[in-house]
Design a protein around this ligand. Structure first.
Ligand SMILES: [Zn+2]
Length: 410
């Protein structure tokens, strides 16, 4: 005869099976759930009754297609609760509020400048978080969590940002200070890891268990999901693709080391490359000009615009940067054998020029077997990949745990 502990464990496992299915496959009927789980109707009904009573799941009427009798379908209740995602970028802050079905119901982005300093930027991020919570409370009763994405090395267990080279922030206990401020569970993750999770749960890589997300923005970040799990490494600092060494004697990187790929790939690298082509290689551009001492009087957007007008200098610079990115992707394809590589971030604005080059380099350089069935594609959630990833850390991770949800029954 089973003891109580066994029965509790069994009950929790059944809850999880039923809830997981609803999250992924809803709308479903009770009969569907019984068939799919192999659990008997009364067990399914008892779990479902709890979920409906507690407001997590809702029942809607539909017309049965076979016999014309109205039936009942179960769905995630969007107003079951809300979650907040915040991305603190190098030069912006983005906040969103999503309902319990992970639909964005509110969003706001503001520009910042890394020179403003940490206190000022954190103050702005607090303000945006508070606005997002207010927006959520207007419609829904239960705040379930706040996810924070940040470009740097994060200790996810402690919720501490250890080192953000491009912000020059070190050892910032983000979870602690956000929890003190808002008294809601807080999750912190590296922005590229978060983006990989976002695309995996809600974007381009739904149903794909082996994927690599690479974003070239101010830095070059990456998140790697293998066999359905985010690759974290020993201390959680894995997948720092941007700081892989290309040339040990190369240019100084913001991380303090030399010759990282980040110095060769991204919008800043594109501008640098254009300057070099004009100054050192005699390139002549109709659209892009430098001052006498070699300073650029254009930014990355202007280079992309010039490329659209078939400007040769702009096209060459983008091609060069695309080649470096192609080398990084080829190496990653050989090491991880992904099914999908997702290219996101600001470099994606030039995807028409960059992506074909990346594909060519990968085709030429990655092992044939490693690139079999490989798809190289765009981010689908951009610019919300990272914030949606932090949302998945709140909703997907915890949704199948009824005990966790019950903590919010207030
Ligand atoms: Zn570096």
């Amino acid at each position: 005869m089973k003891n109580t502990a066994d029965q509790n464990l069994m009950r929790r496992m059944n809850n999880k099976t039923v809830i997981d299915l609803l999250r992924k496959e809803a709308p479903l009927s009770r009969a569907n759930l019984s068939t799919l789980t192999g659990l008997n109707r009364s067990t399914v009904s008892s779990i479902i009754d709890d979920l409906i009573n507690e407001g997590w799941v809702t029942e809607t009427t539909y017309q049965s297609d076979k016999v014309g009798r109205p039936g009942l379908l179960l769905e995630i209740n969007p107003s079951g609760g809300f979650a907040i995602g915040v991305e603190i970028g190098v030069d912006f802050i983005l906040a969103i509020c999503v309902d319990f079905s992970a639909k964005i119901t509110w969003h706001k982005r503001i520009e910042t400048d890394p020179d403003e300093g940490k206190t000022e930027i954190l103050g702005k991020a607090f303000k945006l978080t508070a606005e997002a919570i207010e927006a959520g409370k207007t419609n829904y009763s239960r705040p379930l969590g706040i996810g924070i994405a940040i470009p740097g090395l994060v200790d996810v267990h402690e919720g501490v940002l250890k080192n953000a080279p491009n912000l020059h922030w070190y050892d910032v206990p983000l979870r602690l200070i956000w929890t003190q401020q808002f008294n809601i569970p807080v999750y912190v993750e590296n922005e590229a890891n978060a983006a990989a999770l976002g695309e995996f749960h809600y974007g381009a890589a739904r149903g794909i268990n082996n994927l690599i997300y690479i974003a070239a923005g101010y830095g070059l970040g990456s998140g790697i999901i293998i066999d359905g799990n985010l690759l974290r490494g020993n201390k959680g600092y894995a997948a720092e693709v941007g700081h892989m060494t290309c040339d040990p004697d190369g240019e100084m990187c913001n991380c303090g080391k030399r010759g990282c790929y980040e110095t060769l790939i991204g919008p800043r690298a594109v501008v640098k490359r254009v300057k070099k082509i004009i100054a050192d290689e005699g390139g002549d551009s109709t659209f892009l000009h430098t001052t006498k001492n070699g300073q650029a009087v254009f930014g990355y957007d202007a280079v992309v615009d010039a490329a659209k007008h078939a400007d040769q200098v702009a096209l060459t610079a983008l091609e060069n940067v695309g080649k470096s990115l192609g080398v990084v992707v080829s190496n990653l394809v050989n090491v991880f054998n992904p099914k999908m590589v997702i290219l996101g971030g600001a470099l994606n604005y030039a995807k028409d020029y960059i992506q074909p080059v990346v594909k060519e380099v990968v085709k030429a350089n990655a092992l044939e077997l490693c690139q079999q069935d490989l798809e190289i594609t765009n981010s689908q959630l951009d610019p919300y990949s990272s914030v949606m990833g932090t949302i998945s850390m709140i909703l997907e991770k915890n949704f199948s745990d009824l005990e966790w949800l019950r903590k919010f029954n207030y």
